[in-house]
Design a protein around this ligand. Sequence first.
Ligand code: SF4
Ligand code: FE
Length: 501
Amino acid sequence: MAMKSGKEYIESLKKLKPVVYAFGEKVESVVDFPMFKPHLHAAAMTYELAVHPEFEQEMTVVSSINGDKISRFTHIHHSIDDLVNKIKMMRLLGQKTATCFQRCVGFDGLNAVYITSCDIDAKHGTDYHKRFKAYMKYVQDNDLMLAGAMSDPKGDRSLRPSQQADPDMYVHVVDRKPGGVVVRGAKAHITGSVNSHEIIVMPTRTMGPDDKDYAISFTIPVDEKGVTMIFGRQTNDTRRLDGEIDPGNAKYGIVGGEALIVFDDVFIPSERVFMDGEVDFTGQLVETFAGFHRSNYGGCKVGLADVITGAALWMTENNGIEKSPYLRDLLAEMVCMAETCWSCSLACSYQGSRTNSGAYTINPLLANVVKLNITRYAYEWMRLAQDIAGGLIITLPSEKDFRNPEIGKFVDKYFKGKAGTSTIDRMRIVRLIENMAVGAGLPESMHGAGPPQAQKMMIQRRANMERKKELAETIVGIKPDKYFEKIVGQSEAEYFSKFRK
Ligand code: SF4
Ligand code: FE
């Protein structure tokens, strides 16, 4: 089947009947529910750009599985170029939506399971990889969007899954039947889940021998029997219903749209199971997925930085102070931080490597550096945007005041920038900055793809600190320096002998 356009993607969701609750009510139609529309449009952009020839390089690729031209979001990376084009795609989509476009989580899950299932088979003689390749063909043939579901509710964080007072704090197998398993539990904070076609489930942490029933990875349609989604609240979420300007980004929203996914005794057929009890591969699956997702943030969030920097520049011009050295300096700082994160993402892609499956993965150390930088720099460039935009971002009257026949003229007059400019356009930019720099999207930079602590753990593990210590020891002469000895033509001891008397 050909790739879907944005509109066709939305149409395709109408065929699904997921059980979704939001604000205490059952949602009859995901595509018609006003609160979901903005983030639905953002996800639709991942489809729409793929059918425009000008974005062919970033958005599409020839499948290694079915040989067709497919959306990159359903692709398994098979080269360094694939990894690089992926983050170019992320930045492009960040620029076009100014928010989270959601489809990357499932995309990263597909690549992580592809790589890990191959390694599990090699060690345990299972056939997960073959099953998964067949599943990938189905995903590509139908241009599907998958929600990537990793985070379990976790209960008492000091206890392992099998030690929890409530065994459902982590998704686990509760029954085994001919042809499949039955699972129970939940996955929390799952981006784009209500508007995905399928869910890919992965364990959320390294498991021990007693956690076998929790070492489970599978895929399932969103409307499978026993699956219920409960949509999360966000700061200012009801603004989405408040007109064209006040939401800040009425077309694409503030953030991805997250939900709790409950698995209440859901039957998973064997052909949809890609890990079942192989606790020794849980760490690898988590780390591979996390590496992919963390590497994205120097793409998608930098696309957002491009938008907010443009909005900040617009405000300086509208206020007539675009030549201010102070403001120009702040704008340069914003660009520098964003491009630093972009460089990190490029580097971790160019430093990627081939796995046993033939698929490529990013450099895990650098991917964690990308994400840790985003937890700092995204806040910093948004802080500078607040500085540039001024207090208006939290004091501006509503769009309804502007349109009010009695007082609209005052709003128009007193909230105008320099002469000859439009107040309503100024309000649009101010609200966009409010949305992006003050709104609910920012904590996503902190906690999406894991909090800073998770990145620091991975950085410590991957940084080869002992080697760094050895470097210092070699410089000062605690360890031998054979190159120095070649340069000076004698041993270090001889060279420094006059000081050692
Ligand atoms: Fe994609 Fe970025 Fe959203 Fe993650 S935060 S799903 S990488 S857009
Ligand atoms: Fe995210």
